[in-house]
Design a protein around this ligand. Structure first.
Ligand code: HAM
Length: 418
């Protein structure tokens, strides 16, 4: 076939879909425990939504959006992220007037025309949360505790949570002016991209990966050391709440984010096994965005995790175990047993148990192999002798233990495992 998937996009085959479902399942359970409810927003939005929130001079808006004109010549973009859409939905659906404080989560595809590489796609998927309606540092702490809890629940180890504060818009403006003043004499030593950033988005120079830029950045002032009293107090409270709740973090004074809407707390979770694209997730406060879009002034904070990157750092077996439900494969010998087992499939399925059988009269050995391939948690072996006695041999594939049980007890036994 000469037509291929579009560069930077991927099929998720059923084999991998198991891990995707496990991640989504664990995420939903974890979000539920923290009181977050799902919101689903459209994949296409008015281009201006992203221009005015993420920022006109950011890489995402300048270079990476999939933008087209519809038949009425309106500029539409595929969403490169979900925070802007959720703020739009929050205001458009009147949550600012009705409820004020909300906790939303989302799971879905995002689109950025970046150069594809390991862990970087053009259609990728995010799992994220947005809590809108409070400026309390306890909310910052809760969102970070949730992020860390979710990674623990996904059995992901070895990650680092980095935090920083960018301050309010006034702090940021003052800081940008200070940074420009200090960097002015170093322009020749900065990379070409940072020379461009100097004019357009000077903060981004702080997280340039070029060695020559890193050397200069080291000597530069830091956002968190130049905060107003309120922002400094908020940041100090957050750190002490995190310490009181034993959440490990490291302060990264050069952490700035590639999206303009952030104010105050920003954070990133990195994993050493990922190489250059090492962020599994990131987020922060955006206390001005709701008002900027015409809503009632409200503090807000959220994060998004990249699902493809989560998969790169997680162990599929551990993930599956976390959301394992019984999955039974019937291995049969003889046509009478086959017919009886076929009838049992339906009884189990009616009770929500995943049950399977072969259709090609395979040998017992081939059936056992098939059960293994399907990652069945149990194999129910039914031969003519067992059938006569009204029994079935149930093998637990994890422990390899097997025992004969009454056929009528099969459902009850399996339900105990679910
Ligand atoms: P972001 O840092 O642009 O933040 O993306 C969050 C995560 O999405 C990244 O850490 C990464 O894991 C994943 N990601 C981003 N781009 C790609 C890509 N091209 N391929 C694969 N994975 C990718 C946001 O999107 C903000 N909306 C997060 C947020 C929520 N801030 C506040 N609330």
């Amino acid at each position: 076939m000469d037509i291929k998937a579009v560069r930077g996009t991927k099929d998720i085959n059923p084999d991998e879909a198991d891990s995707w479902q496990a991640i989504e399942h664990i995420a939903r359970l974890t979000f539920g425990a923290y009181g977050f409810k799902e919101i689903r927003t459209p994949i296409i939005e008015d281009t201006n939504l992203f221009k005015r929130s993420i920022g006109e001079t950011t890489d995402i808006v300048e270079k990476e959006m999939y933008t087209f004109q519809d038949k009425k010549m309106r500029s539409i973009s595929l969403r490169p992220e979900a925070t802007a859409s959720i703020v739009r939905a929050y205001i458009e659906n009147g949550f600012d007037k009705k409820e004020g404080f909300v906790k939303f989560y989302y799971i879905g595809p995002m689109f950025r025309a970046e150069r594809p590489q390991k862990g970087r796609l053009r259609q990728f998927h995010q799992i994220g949360v947005e809590a809108i309606g409070s400026r309390s540092p306890f909310l910052d702490a809760e969102v970070l505790l949730l992020l860390s809890r979710l990674l623990n629940n996904l059995s992901i180890e070895g990650f680092t949570l980095k935090i920083n504060s960018l301050g309010c818009p006034a702090d940021r403006d003052n800081f940008k002016a200070l940074l420009r003043k200090k960097l002015k004499n170093h322009l020749k030593s900065l990379c070409t991209e940072c020379n461009r950033r100097f004019e357009k988005n000077v903060l981004r120079i702080l997280d340039c990966k070029e060695e020559s830029c890193r050397r200069i950045v080291k000597e530069m002032p830091k956002t968190a050391d130049n905060l107003c009293r309120d922002c400094d107090g908020h940041y100090a409270s957050l750190k002490s709440i995190l310490n009181e709740n034993s959440l490990g973090f490291s302060e990264d004074k050069d952490l700035v984010r590639g999206l303009d809407y952030y104010t105050g707390t920003v954070f990133e979770v990195t994993h050493p096994s990922l190489g250059s694209q090492d962020a599994i997730g990131a987020g922060g406060r955006y206390d001005n965005l709701i008002e900027q879009f015409g809503g009632k002034s409200a503090g807000a904070i959220g994060f998004a995790l990249g699902v493809e990157r989560l998969l790169l750092v997680s162990d599929p077996d551990k993930l599956r175990q976390k959301s394992d439900k019984p999955c039974v494969y019937f291995a049969t010998i003889g046509s009478e047993s086959y017919k009886a087992a076929f009838g049992l499939l339906e009884r189990l399925r009616a009770n929500g148990i995943s049950a399977h059988i072969d259709y090609e009269s395979k040998s017992l050995k081939a059936q056992m192999k098939q059960a293994d391939r399907m990652r069945a948690t149990h194999v129910a072996i039914l031969g003519e002798d067992e059938l006569k006695k009204g029994e079935i041999l149930l093998r637990d594939m994890k422990t390899s233990a097997q025992k004969s049980i009454k056929i009528e007890d099969l459902l009850k036994t399996l339900l105990k495992h679910s």
